[in-house]
Design a binder for this molecule. Structure first.
Ligand code: ZN
Length: 250
């Protein structure tokens, strides 16, 4: 049965680092609909262009990257370094959830390297719950509540560590070896970020870092490349590992 997956991450290129392989496999192997959302349009992601201009560039890059696998791109229109749990962002993510109506949602690790990621994780966790609550802001949210809370998964923390440098271990990994070139192609569509880093480092550090991280997750598990996840298993969230059942775990 084909269904829908939605990733909600902080910045326009986070999905291409953390979960694009899993999204690609669901689209190709299971014919799932894929939606990729970023909380911000990446408005601080340039040393040369002002916020509005780089935001315009990066929304287009996010859409182009999603289009590689036939996915839809959404921007929640928060702003870089100012993502904060509160009623406004919660309402906007609930609206997105009720429009997209996903069976599976991916977001950041609750412990990660920066607050934009951690706050996004908190907002999405709360939104998954609130989207199924009929009375939540019912005076102004017209979209129909979800029938139930979606399966929620947290991606790897960046570099697999928290703010103290302690490892954040995944509960399971998805083998993305067969789709790593597609993942690289998607990441490559974020040309403004790739060029910025290329100028700084004199090499294509952007895509290399993604591959290196995928190898690090994959190698100990006998896979070429892998993406790590932890499932939200608190009360009232679905308990079965739907993602693992659909794609297998390593
Ligand atoms: Zn980010």
């Amino acid at each position: 049965m084909a269904d829908v997956i939605l990733s909600v991450l902080a910045h326009p290129d986070d999905a291409e680092f953390l979960c694009a392989g899993t999204l690609t496999r669901l689209a190709r192997e299971r014919s799932w609909g894929v939606h990729i959302a970023s909380m911000t349009p990446g408005d601080c992601g340039s040393a040369e262009l002002p916020p509005d201009e780089i935001a315009r560039v990066r929304r287009a890059e996010g859409a182009a990257a999603a289009a590689v696998i036939g996915a839809a791109y959404h921007c929640v229109e928060e702003r870089d370094l100012r993502i904060a749990y509160g009623e406004g962002p919660l309402e906007r993510v609930v609206r997105l959830l009720r429009q997209v109506r996903p069976a599976v949602v991916l977001t950041h690790s609750p412990a990660d390297y920066m607050l934009d990621h951690e706050q996004t994780s908190t907002i999405v966790r709360a939104a998954c719950f609130a989207a199924a609550v009929p009375n939540f802001l019912c005076e102004r949210i017209a979209e129909r509540p979800l029938e139930h809370v979606p399966h929620l998964y947290y991606c790897d923390a960046i570099e697999g560590k928290d703010l103290f440098g302690q490892p954040v271990e995944p509960a399971f990994c998805v083998d993305v070896s067969a789709v790593i070139e597609t993942k690289a192609e998607m990441l490559g569509r974020h040309a403004s970020q790739r060029e910025w880093l290329r100028k700084q480092h004199g090499m294509d550090q952007y895509v290399a870092a993604m591959r290196q991280w995928g190898e690090e997750r994959g190698r100990p598990r006998g896979a070429g490349y892998a993406e790590g996840f932890r499932q939200h298993l608190g009360h009232s969230y679905p308990q079965g590992n739907l993602l693992g059942e659909l794609l297998g775990v390593v």
